[in-house]
Every structure is written in C-alpha cells, then in structure tokens.
Design a protein around this ligand. Structure first.
Ligand code: PFF
Length: 451
C-alpha cells in the first residue's frame, strides 16, 4: 500500500507497542486476578508463561506483520493463500478486538470518573473507611457506567481517526515515563507500610496451594492479554516497523517493561490491602479502592490521585487505540473503506456492544439478571471468552503458522540471524513448534475435562 505509514524510529515502535501492552491489564487486572487466585503460584506460572510462551509469540507476531505489511486477515491470506483455514486466525483476532474493547472501555471509563472524583474533592470529603465503598456505588450505577464508557470510546475514536502515529507517539514519550515514575513513587510509599512484608509473601511466596487448574488457564490467558498477543495487534504494529529494526530486541524490551509494571502494581496495591485490612480478593475494584485510600495518607495526595487516574486513563487509551486499530484496519484493508468510515462504524459498534458490560454491575439488565450465563455477568463473560479462549487460541495459531508454514530463509532474516540474537534462532523455533502448542493444548484439554 503506497500510503502505508512507518514509525518514526525504532523507539516509536517500542513506545507504541509498549503503549498497547501496558494498560489496564497491568495495573487493574493483574493485581486483582493475582488476589483472586491466591498469589504466589499464580504469579510464578504467569511469569513462566510470559517467558516461555509470550515473548516467543510476540517475536513471531511482529515478524508476520513486518513480512506481509498487512493487517491480520490480509497477512494470513498473503502467506497461505485465499480460502485457507489459517485466515480464520485473522478473523478471530478481529472478533477478539471487538469483544475486548467493549468492556475495556467500561473499565477505562471508571478510571476517568475517578479523575473527576479526585479532582472535585469527593475522596477528601469521604472518611477513609468509606472510600472503597465508592467503587461499589459506581459499579452498580448504570448511568455513570454508560456515560464514561461513551466518553472513553469517543476519545479513542477521535485519536484513531486523527492518525495514531503523530499524536500518540508524541504523548507516549512523555506520559509513559511519567507513569513509570509515579509507580516507582507509589512503590516507595508502599514499602514503608506495615503490610509490605505480608504483601511480598503473598505475591512471591510459594506455600499456599490455593491455585486451581482454572488459575493456570487464567495465567496463560493473561500473559496473552497483557502483551496484546494472539489477536493481531502486535502484528498490525509490526507491519509499520522498518526492515532495519531488530525485532527480538524490541520484543524483549516491551515484554520486560510490561512485566515490570505488572509486578510493581502488585507491590503497590497489596501492601495497601494488608495494611488497611482489606481483602486481596476484592475483585475488579481493587485498584479503585486501594489507591485513593493510600494517597489520602500523603501530602498532596488528592493531586496525586488525579495524576494517578489520569495516567491510568492514558495507559488504557494507548491500549484501546491498538484494539480499535485492529478492528478498523480490517475494513480499511479488506473492504476498502475510508479510514473515517471504518473507525466510525467499528467504534460505534463497540460502543453498543459495551452497553451490557456497562450495566453488569447493576443487579439486572432489562429486567433480567445476567448472573446466570456460566455463573458470570456479561462483563466477566466477555473477559473470560476473550482472554482465556480467543487469545490463547489465536496465539497458538500464530505460533504454529510462523513456525511451520513460513519459509525458513525469510524467517531467519526477519529474526536477525546476523545479529547477536542469531544463536537463539533454533531455540526460539523449537519453542514455537513444540513448547507453545503443548502448553496451550494441555491447558485447554484439562479445562474441557479430558484428563
Ligand atoms: N495489553 C492491554 C493491557 O494489558 O491492558 C490490553 C490489550 C490491548 C489486549 C490490545 C489485546 C490487545 F490487542
């Protein structure tokens, strides 16, 4: 495509891809699923999944994008031929993008609403022990959820319309490091709390046998979710990467940064949990309950709360952009739609699709309770289907495709055989060919109940 953009530099790609990876998954979701799964073992399995499955797949995914210079559906078609079943992986990615962004936007809306609550002094006027209750009240309020979901989707559409590269690259350069510094600051504060030792033990101690088999699937699924893998987001970003750049270094940097922020988030939130006698298994409200309580303790805390939730919103935005980009790129590349039409239509569809999630905290929806669907409400169900099934399946497909179908000569060049990483090539290939499929299939079979 003549007008296909490229990142300004390798740093531009790393920032955009890290912007996609680092998001609500790290700061909102990882701590709360760690809490729900009892800590220790869950974290260890998650780290193993990141290293043995996530990083190798990230390299494969970026590679497929750069080789084909296409978005997912086109990429698989180019490499495997029209009508091939492999194209289904691209399709699944587009579906996953719709599903994930629909509820992701609801959570990002909560973060935006929390900027408002902090800025208007609501946290200051509420006694500390009642601040966690503010989350429950918001969660159950349909109007608030719908309003902020709509605002966040509007913001995402606006940015994706205006061209991802210029605006987002520029802001990411400033705000991503700020987020990192803020997390470090919070970590220092958390380290001085009474509950820090208990939190360390909870997150890294391996004594509890609380982990259930479903937790292994959740750890695997989350390693895809947090690195934005398995649905073509990294493939799409890779398609804008220049041939000169080194994929392995970039992938390793992104993975490291993403993992560091997730672990930091745990070490910020759990000391607060234990110090203030809250529950580690508080669920999706964890970050929203803990941060305002902790920041109320420090001078300038209110201002810092505004900054924190603003940074969280920004982190969510850079991830949401990559999700909408996958959905829209399909219609632009495959259906020949203009960017404006594609972004408007997909953004509008996702806005509507998110409505049941926005209403999930209420007791019922259109007079019916949704708690009945596999025992999950709409919001949890979407998250479960996308993170635990669609992304691992997509990731498996990407691994198999990159390792068995793509020609070896081209693959070696893309991997950077001439660089210092060259020696790792065979190891990487073997992992994709055998380790990833065995791991993903074993987890699935277990859950389906086959052994
Ligand atoms: N990686 C993002 C996060 O951790 O918040 C979520 C995400 C973005 C998942 C983009 C998938 C994706 F394609």
């Amino acid at each position: 495509m003549a007008t296909r953009g490229q990142w300004g530099s390798r740093l531009g790609f790393i920032l955009a891809a890290a912007g996609s990876a680092v998001g609500l998954g790290n700061i909102w979701k990882f701590p709360y699923i760690t809490g729900a799964n009892g800590g220790g073992w869950f974290v260890l399995i998650y780290l193993l999944c990141i290293l043995a499955v996530g990083l190798p797949i990230m390299i494969a995914e970026v590679m497929l994008g750069r080789m084909t210079q296409k978005s997912p559906v086109g990429a698989f078609r180019d490499l495997s031929g029209k009508g091939s079943l492999w194209v289904g992986i691209g399709w699944m990615g587009v579906v996953a993008a719709f599903i994930i962004l629909s509820y992701y936007s609801v959570v990002a809306g909560w973060a935006m609403n929390y900027i408002r609550l902090a800025a208007t002094g609501v946290f200051a006027d509420t006694p500390a022990d009642q601040v966690p209750g503010l989350f429950g009240a918001m969660y159950a309020d349909p109007g608030t959820n719908l309003l902020w979901h709509g605002l966040f989707m509007g913001l995402t559409v606006f940015i994706v319309l205006g061209g991802v590269q210029k605006g987002v690259e520029r802001w990411s350069r400033i705000l991503m490091p700020m987020l990192f510094v803020m997390m470090l600051g919070l970590l220092v504060q958390a380290a001085s709390m009474d509950g820090f030792g208990k939190a360390l033990d909870f997150v890294f101690g391996l004594h509890a046998d609380k982990l259930k088999p479903a937790g292994v699937l959740e750890a695997l699924g989350h390693s895809f979710f947090t690195l934005s893998l398995g649905m073509g987001a990294m493939l799409t970003y890779g398609s804008y990467l220049s041939k000169k750049d080194d994929i392995v270094t970039a992938s390793a940097a992104i993975t490291l940064l993403d993992t560091a922020i997730a672990l930091m988030a745990c070490m910020v939130l759990f000391p607060i949990t234990f110090t203030f006698g809250m529950e580690p298994s508080a669920g999706p409200g964890l970050v929203f309950m803990n941060i305002p309580v902790a920041l109320a303790q420090v001078p300038g805390g209110l201002f810092l709360s505004v900054v924190f939730f603003a940074l969280l919103t920004f982190a969510a935005l850079t991830s949401a952009i990559s999700l909408l980009e996958v959905a829209a790129a399909y219609f632009i590349d495959e259906k020949g739609w203009s960017r404006g039409k594609a972004v408007g239509v997909t953004g509008g569809a996702i806005l509507v699709l998110g409505i049941p999630s926005a209403l999930s905290g209420g007791t019922e929806l259109f007079g019916k309770s949704f708690e009945g669907v596999f025992g999950k409400n709409w919001f949890d169900l979407f998250d479960y289907i996308a993170s635990n099934w669609l992304l691992p399946l997509g990731g498996l497909g990407i691994a198999l495709f990159a390792a068995w179908r793509v020609g070896d000569a081209a693959r070696r060049v893309e991997f950077g055989e001439q660089t210092a990483w060259g020696r790792l090539y065979l190891g990487w290939l073997l992992v994709l060919r055998f380790v990833v499929p065995v791991a993903v299939v074993a987890v699935f079979l277990h859950l389906i109940g086959l052994y």
